[in-house]
Design a protein around this ligand. Structure first.
Ligand SMILES: [Zn+2]
Length: 50
C-alpha cells in the first residue's frame, strides 16, 4: 500500500502532505482546510457521540 489519500476528502496525496495527529494517530491530508476538518471532527467526537 504505497498510495496515500487525504484522510478528510479522500483525494490522492501527491508530493507534500500535511500531517495531523488525531487521537494519537498521525494522518495525512491534502491541505490545511482538510486538517481543520479533522480537528473539528475529533473535537466533536470527544464530546461523547459514538
Ligand atoms: Zn483533502
Amino acid at each position: 500500500m504505497t498510495e496515500r489519500s487525504c484522510a478528510a476528502c479522500d483525494c490522492a496525496l501527491e508530493g507534500e502532505a500535511i500531517q495531523v495527529t488525531i487521537a494519537g494517530q498521525v494522518v495525512e491530508v491534502c491541505c490545511e482546510e482538510c486538517a481543520e476538518r479533522l480537528r473539528e471532527a475529533k473535537a466533536s467526537a470527544l464530546r461523547g457521540e459514538g
